[in-house]
Design a protein around this ligand. Sequence first.
Ligand code: ATR
Length: 516
Amino acid sequence: MTYLAVPIAAKDLKSCKEHIAAACKAGAEMLELRTDFIEGLDTNKLKELIAAAKQTSLPIIVTCRDTAQGGQNNLPAPLRRQILTEAVKLGADLIDCEFANFLKEDFGQTIKKALAENKKTKLILSEHNFKEPIENLYEIYEEIYSVFPDAIAKTAYQAKHINDCFDAFDILREYGDKAIAICMGRFGIISRIIAKKLNAFLTFASIAEDQATAEGQLTIEKMKNLYRYDSINSDTELFGVIADPVEHSISPAVLNACFAAEKMNKVYLPLLVTDGQAGFDEFLDSITARVWLNFRGFSITIPHKVSALEYSQKKGEYIEPVAIQIGAVNTLVIGVNERITGFNTDYAGAMNALTEAMGTKKPLYNKIAAVIGAGGAARAIVAGLVDAGAKVTIYNRTVSKAQELAEDFKCRFAALEKIEETDAQIIVNCTSVGMYPKIDASPVPAKYLKPSMVVFDTVYNPLETLLLKQANQADAKTVMGSEMFIGQAAEQFKLFTHKDCPMDVLRKTTIKALSE
Ligand code: ATR
């Protein structure tokens, strides 16, 4: 079992006690008493703090961190040593001592003696690097176990790329619950969740964002409610969205809610992959080389949709023909023998949304469609419409771009102003016009909107754009951009799980996440 440990790090005992109560209430499974945070720390304060923590009956780690390894208050070595040995005597379940200090004769011997006299307390030996990854990671773990075989070895290092996490995963795979391996920073967030799948001794979470003791530490609330912490075990399948930036992606909230609703042993993570194609390739290579991580699929978004296509092509993997035609892959599925399949669900999502709004059996065949814009989003929509047999004209501010796209899909093109002459039955906005913060703009003047039209805006921030508002006023049928997200997510869910997506959960969580 991996403990969900919460650091208690406050200046005074009163605050520490409040934080202990909050941690307990939020579902902490272990408390780490960061005594180095306490101002005027002495053994009396330690005694009171341990007594308060013991009332919870949760296991307790006592830490008195050296400033050289991220500690507070610059406490002298003799005091830190005294606090740790006293904690052993007071019955702490664990103490955490920096390995570098443990190797020092006076420090190490005193602690060893205290532990020998109090067999209940276990020892964590730790090494931290707040700037960069630790290079000789294996050697450090081996050295710790050779110096003190019963120790739980811990490292925490700053990840500078998501690919820095794989060394920590390899350690956890090798040593399991005799090890703690944490990658700090925004690139290391997944290490805090995957730790449980790999049976690490513990992973840390905070009671509130402003209480985190290391960069990238998630709140217990997020761990449990967003990332399904309680349901993770060694069989859990992993999924995620590969993006840069990824912080604002609503996909983890939405897909995890769908997995939870279907009681599936799967968790969906935000995967911040930087450094373009090279960073992407290394990430996928690292994943496919580690079958035991059990990553089974990815959503791919900005800026990696082309990287995903090129990676799959380089590896000779199967890619859905329409994804090749669109020039972008937004879904990767990892199958048997770690073989990858590439798809594009963006177009299918959009087409499903349109078809549903039109409510007829063959709704797109031979229909006249106006696509506004000629970028990546337009490409997926044009591919879908042409595939369904619609007669498409592309309208764009930069006519040459409209022409290029039209040539690829054998359809018509025109300058954006010509939209006023359109006799289209379907209008799709694929530009960013009307998107927050410039919400007072629309790519189609209201007077050209007619009741016979279906108007689809791929912009979903705001949910109801000016174009959609005016289309509604003109009695046209409308499709919100959120439906495109919902449509592509439903297709991805199906590809990931081979089951139909719980549409009510998908729709509800999407609208909720987009409204926040
Ligand atoms: P995406 O991948 O989201 O489609 P993109 O490739 O940058 O993004 O494409 C943006 C589209 O919105 C383009 O068609 C762009 O027109 P240009 O090709 O002329 O640049 C269009 N667009 C963006 N801002 C616009 C504006 N203010 N008025 C009209 N079209 C605009």
